[in-house]
Design a protein around this ligand. Structure first.
Ligand code: FE2
Length: 328
């Protein structure tokens, strides 16, 4: 009787295991058919895509960090030397080699651009053996908070050599605080003649240099060029380049400007935010503008040397510019 019960028990146990096996198999088949596999593949795809996005974000961040490091530590220490030539029948007496003018602007001395940095520029400018050296404004970034050695800046400016003369104008950063009053002394100590809505006497080659005061904070008066003699080659220095549009009635042959820093951080599509007033139209390099008397006025805008607002330069390295003026 007992053996019979055990037999039944074993038979029942086997049936139970069989039932469990078949139930599991049916469940798996049902799930498989109802898209379990597809769901699993989708999950795997989602995971793979997530990993791809994570890698792309890390790559973008790495590029952004490297670009920022380059803009902060590499490009501000480059110093390009750009050369341009202008010809005019009024310059026939300037000889075969013509006259050489070196322009530099926007040094913005600060803790990020020091007199030691400027030594490199001095060396390059002197190597050009210029007849004229023109400084186009914005010497110190913020004079009221500047803790550097102004005396050293004066020494370096004084060590620049020009055969005919060194001239300067005010920029908007040369106003504000005590700078408005100290700037003339600093430039004089550096051997520069500061031109404030006035002209220097023409030299032997009949070249006249006129300086327009800063237009943003100063007292710029474009009509100071009104009395220029059209027989001379008239160079106008003005910190802000867009002022050329207000000078088309006057016999200006060449205007030289700075102010824009060539955008400084040269990001496309952000000009409205990056570019300063009076520096939104003529940004860097050579331009020509028709005067009302039918002749052309040329404009050259330097990208400058230093930095303002943020201590970075990107796709607009510091530059000095050598301009050759020749007769035709
Ligand atoms: Fe500037």
């Amino acid at each position: 009787m007992q053996a019979c019960e055990r037999k039944n028990c074993v038979r029942n146990g086997g049936a139970f295991v069989k039932n469990v096996f078949f139930t599991l198999r049916d469940t798996y088949n049902k799930l498989y058919k109802s898209g379990f596999r597809q769901e699993y593949s989708k999950m795997k795809e989602k995971k793979r895509r997530g990993r791809g996005i994570r890698r792309a974000v890390i790559a973008v961040m790495a590029v952004a960090v490297l670009t920022a490091m380059y803009a902060r530590y590499v490009e501000p220490h480059m110093l390009l030397q750009k050369e341009t030539e202008y010809t005019s029948a009024k310059l026939v007496s300037s000889g075969e080699d013509g006259l050489t003018a070196v322009i530099f602007a926007d040094t913005h001395f600060s803790e990020y651009y020091t007199p030691q940095d400027f030594e490199k520029a001095v060396e390059k400018i002197n190597r050009a053996k210029a007849d004229y050296i023109f400084f186009l404004g914005d010497l110190i970034d913020d004079y009221s908070s500047y803790t550097g050695d102004v005396g050293r800046i004066e020494e370096l400016l004084a060590s620049l050599h020009a055969g005919i003369g060194k001239y300067a104008v005010y920029g908007n950063h040369d106003y504000g605080g005590q700078m408005e009053f100290d700037y003339p002394d600093v430039m004089e100590a550096g051997g520069f003649q500061l031109l404030v809505n006035e002209s220097a006497a023409p030299d032997d080659q009949n070249v006249t240099v006129t300086g327009i005061d800063d237009m943003l904070i100063g007292y710029g008066d474009p009509s100071s060029a009104r009395a220029l003699n059209p027989q001379n080659f008239n160079i106008v220095l003005c910190h802000e380049p867009d002022v050329i549009d207000e000078m088309t009635d006057y016999p200006v042959d060449l205007m030289l400007s700075g102010h824009t820093h060539g955008r400084q951080v040269n990001l496309m599509f952000f000009d409205d935010y990056i570019l300063p007033p009076y520096g939104k139209k003529y940004i860097k390099g050579s331009y020509r503008r028709m005067r009302t008397d039918g002749n052309e006025a040329c404009l050259y805008v330097t990208g400058g040397i230093g930095m303002t607002k943020i201590p970075m330069r990107f796709a607009s390295p510091p530059e000095i510019n050598i301009i050759t003026l020749k007769g035709i």
